[in-house]
Ligand binder design. Structure first.
Ligand SMILES: Nc1ncnc2c1ncn2[C@@H]1O[C@H](COP(=O)(O)OP(=O)(O)O)[C@@H](O)[C@H]1O
Ligand SMILES: [Mg+2]
Length: 218
């Protein structure tokens, strides 16, 4: 329904094919009326975890309205990803440009070349890993200065563009620094990035990344 709305509103000319099917969302490539490409992320209402729960609580009067609540929770997630994309970009963090948001769908710039998405960091043989590492830590630092923590940052949520520069994606779960678990999430992000680049021979450690990002020693 939401995709049909976007088609009717002439934001999209067509929804082309699924680029990726994840647990919580499906990401489609779409074409805009001017022929350019867009990325359309559709959050699933029936993620496996929720689906499982529904079987147990449906029909129980104590949980009346739970289906509607799940829908609004999923929509809040999409809204959060959209807001995080806008906030990050304003702070010069390289993320896809947000285009639109409605219900459980986020439309953003398609990051790729000739309609083919850029590869994930995990799948790219880098010619200059140290440079990519530095650029990525720079993006993490700017994100931190905005008061945002990605929370799921790893080689799985970074695209590498044709100039071998990193683009951070999947910011739906990013939290503000006042979130009770923000520090724990930040440490996990720093650990992941240090581990990945250390594996590529870059001299780094969790402490190095954490210190660069926050400006203070662990
Ligand atoms: N803006 C984009 N342009 C092109 N491809 C993208 C874009 N955003 C995500 N992708 C691709 O879709 C996949 C899933 O997107 P992601 O936001 O990470 O969702 P998930 O929650 O399923 O991990 C990514 O691994 C990447 O390959
Ligand atoms: Mg992802």
């Amino acid at each position: 329904m939401t995709l049909v709305h976007f088609l009717n509103a002439k934001l999209l000319k067509s929804v082309d094919y699924p680029v990726s099917t994840g647990k919580e969302a499906v990401l489609f490539r779409a074409t805009a009326p001017d022929g350019s490409f867009l990325a359309v992320k559709v959050y699933k209402y029936e993620t496996s975890a929720f689906h499982h729960m529904i079987d147990y609580i449906e029909g129980d009067p104590r949980f009346r309205g739970v289906k509607r609540k799940i829908r609004s929770l999923v929509q809040a997630w999409a809204r959060k990803e959209y807001a995080n994309l806008i906030k990050a970009r304003r702070g010069r963090v390289r993320v896809p440009k947000a285009v639109a948001h409605r219900q459980n769908v986020v439309v953003m710039a398609f990051e790729g070349v000739d309609g083919v998405p850029y590869a994930l960091l995990k799948d790219v043989v880098l010619s200059d890993a140290k440079r990519v590492y530095r650029l990525l830590v720079g993006n993490m630092t700017r994100l931190y200065k905005l008061g945002l923590v990605h929370g799921d940052l790893s080689e799985y949520n970074v695209l590498i563009d044709s100039a071998e520069k990193p683009i951070i994606i999947d910011v739906g779960q990013a939290v503000l620094f006042d979130h009770p678990r923000a520090k724990e999430f930040l440490k996990k992000d720093c650990t992941n990035i240090a581990r990945y680049f250390a594996g590529l021979g870059v001299k780094t450690s969790f402490e190095d990344v954490y210190e660069k990002v926050t400006g203070v020693a662990v």
